[in-house]
Design a protein around this ligand. Structure first.
Ligand SMILES: [Zn+2]
Length: 283
């Protein structure tokens, strides 16, 4: 079954390109945090991640969390929050049935508290890794505890507690995924590495065809096309560098043998430019 995918830019942080990709320039680039609205014809409205929101500034006011904002200065406005963007298109927050959280970095959970009625979905490995962390141990994981709703555990479903199904040859080298609705429309695949327990989402847009939202398993389209790791320093922040390498290589292989698949990294500038043409708001 096809869905409708809309990509939403929630703001950006600045980083040196040389940290994001080996051989990159000593030049500041904007790292946009893109979240996605998914409209399913039967099951309604879902979000893939929630990007930044102004709550980020509140959550980084005090030490040690203030270091986060110092290391990666963030630019976002109230109008760029997912909630505000949905509202501007006539969709109130309570219409969002569920939020899929690829992982718990602050630029993916920033808007989460704007959807208090939504069910939440993630991999248990991702949550177990950040659960209860505060202060520097949270910051080390790129996680800001104040962004997580206090009733998170009551609302969450751990997708990886289900039984994965085997994928067809088309998805090789990925061999299994969690069929979110049981209708094949949204397939969650383990992309652990950048963060432990991070997943990606295969879906088929009604106009643009097959898409893989790969979150931060690659930081740019160049990275998966050329199988290029980030700078050695940036590799330190990865949850598990070995898995990261393996999954980046898998993405590379997938892109080679399935060239029509649109692989969309969360922070890729090229994806954001392209999305304004094809994954922007459509009536
Ligand atoms: Zn991340």
């Amino acid at each position: 079954m096809n869905v409708k995918l809309t990509l939403l830019d929630t703001g950006y942080c600045r980083q040196l390109e040389m940290f994001s990709i080996k051989g990159g320039r000593l030049k500041s680039i904007d790292f946009h945090a893109i979240a996605a609205l998914i409209e399913h014809p039967v099951h309604g409205l879902y979000l893939f991640d929630t990007g930044y929101s102004p709550r980020f500034f509140e959550a980084t006011r005090l030490f040690p969390y203030a270091l986060y904002q110092k290391i990666t200065p963030v630019v976002t406005t109230p109008q760029q929050s997912i909630k505000a963007q949905l509202s501007a298109h006539g969709i109130e927050a309570q219409r969002i049935s569920g939020v899929l959280l690829s992982h718990f970095h602050a630029d993916h959970i920033g808007g989460l508290q704007d959807f208090p009625g939504a069910k939440l979905f993630c991999f248990s490995a991702a949550y177990e890794h950040i659960k209860g962390k505060r202060g520097l141990s949270a910051l080390r994981e790129g996680y800001l505890p104040d962004l997580l709703p206090s009733d998170f555990e009551k609302r969450v479903t751990f997708v990886d507690h289900g039984v994965p199904k085997a994928l067809s040859q088309t998805y090789q080298p990925f061999s299994q995924a969690y069929d979110f609705f049981g209708d094949g429309s949204m397939l969650l695949v383990d992309l652990s590495g950048h963060a432990i327990g991070q997943f990606g989402l295969f879906l088929r847009d009604q106009e643009q065809g097959d898409v893989l939202l790969c979150a931060d398993a690659a930081w740019s389209s160049t990275a998966y096309r050329q199988n290029l790791l980030p700078h050695a320093l940036a590799q330190f922040i990865m949850g598990d560098i070995r898995s990261y390498r393996e999954n980046l290589k898998r993405l590379h292989e997938l892109s080679v043998h399935w060239p029509s698949l649109k692989i969309l990294p969360t922070h890729c500038a090229e994806v954001w430019q392209m999305s304004q043409g094809v994954f922007a708001w459509r009536s």
